[in-house]
Every structure is written in C-alpha cells, then in structure tokens.
Design a protein around this ligand. Sequence first.
Ligand code: IPE
Ligand code: IPE
Ligand code: MG
Length: 256
Amino acid sequence: MTATAQRNAFDNACPDGKAAFPRHVAIIMDGNGRWARERDLPRTEGHRKGVDTLRKIVRHAAKRGIGYLTLFSFSSENWTRPEAEVSFLMGLLQRFVQRDLADLDRNNIKVRIIGERTGLSPDILSLLEEAETVTGKNTGLVLVVAFNYGARNELTRAVRSIAEAVSRGEVAPEEVDETMIASRLDTAGLPDPDLIIRTSGEQRLSNFLLWQAAYAEFLFPSSNWPDFNEDAFDEALAVFAGRERRYGGLSGQAGG
Ligand code: IPE
Ligand code: IPE
Ligand code: MG
C-alpha cells in the first residue's frame, strides 16, 4: 500500500463513508480585481476589501473548530503584475501583520508560512518570521499563509534537497518514497487539505498545492473573494459533508 493509500484509509474512517468535517480547508482567495472592476473602483480597493474577508474567515474557521486553514495570498507568478499592484499587496501584508498579529495570538492561532523565502526583501522576510515566532507556541487553529508560493517551485526545492542528500550519501535512491517527499515540502507535518475552495468561479489550481491536493474535494463558489463570508464558508462545509470520498477504493468500504 502506498503512503497516500495508508493515510487515506485512516482519514476516511468515517462510519457512513461521508466526508463529515474537514480537518484542513485551503482557499484560493480569487476575484478581488473583478470585485473592484464591477464597482468602477481601482483593483487595489478589491485587495483592501479582501483583507477584511480574510480576517472574518480566519475568525470564523477558528470558531468552527477547523484545525488547519491555508490561504493563498500571493503566488510566485503574481510578481508579473504591474509594480504598483505588487507593492500595494506587499504593503497590505505588512499592515496585516502589524495590525492583526497580536489579535491572532490572543485567539491562540498559530501562523505558518509556506512558499519560497529566498529572494524576498529583508523587511518582508522578518515580518513573516515574526508572525511565526510570536504565535509559535499556540495550539488552536493553524493558519497557513501561502506567500510567494508556487507548487512547482516547492516541489523543485524538495527534489533538490533530496538530490543533495543522495549525493552526500545520506539517502539511498531506493529510500526515496512518498513520506520523504512530503517531509521535504513546505507543508511538512501538515495534513493534506480535505477541502479546497476557489472563489470567483475560476476552476483551476493556478499552481497551488499540487502534491497535497491529490485527494482533496473541490468547491468553486461564484462569489468574488471580497463578497465571500461566514455563511458561504458554512455552506461549503455543508457541501463537503455530503461528499463521498473513495480514495480509489469502493463506496462504503471504509465502514467495513
Ligand atoms: C486575488 O484576486 C488576489 C491575488 C491574486 C493577490 P485577483 O487580484 O486575482 O482578482 P482577479 O482575479 O483579477 O479578479
Ligand atoms: C491565484 O490567483 C493566486 C492567488 C489567489 C493568490 P491568480 O488570480 O493569480 O490566478 P490566475 O492567474 O487567474 O490563474
Ligand atoms: Mg485572480
């Protein structure tokens, strides 16, 4: 049995075969620009409003008892946007950490950042590190922020680190397995996402969690991220609860 199959057999041990409650929800927060355009506002207003939604959804997910919430905040490809938009987004991140970190900490939320760190400016890097350090001992919701994240970049770094270990003689090629690869990804130690939500109606992954999404359930609500809210999140949980996850097995198998 592969490591994926083993883990899935364990995770799917819900008696009626239904998916029930997701341990890990990941969200591609998309549609800020379109939200603004529909209102004749600059795209930056959509991003500003998007942070309000982010704040609401983090609180709500914690209240609902979600264990892990991953938010795609900036992709490794988003650097190709106009410089003014990129620097606005960097400023938003800065302000978010400065204004919200204490509150996240008070709510026992633990922040974890995934994505490429090499090449980030020292001030951004120190903010990310501060967020992880300040909240490091918390035991509540794990808030995973995907920043400068691209799954192919993540996989490339993981493959390179294994290749280096092999060339140093620390790892034999036949020892390379799913567990080792997963342990070299930025998400090491985190469970795979059970549910991936992408707002704005787009139905693609855009280089998000390619490895980890192997058996995720997907939901594509049509609302743009600034319009997404607590009710929409609850509705997503309800849809998820009705999904049957089979992991390549047969219907109802997990129940015996
Ligand atoms: C998502 O909204 C936020 C980021 C990618 C940073 P977009 O900015 O992609 O909004 P649309 O897709 O152009 O509407
Ligand atoms: C994905 O959205 C990245 C984030 C939400 C941060 P994009 O808007 O960048 O993706 P594409 O370009 O539509 O695929
Ligand atoms: Mg977009």
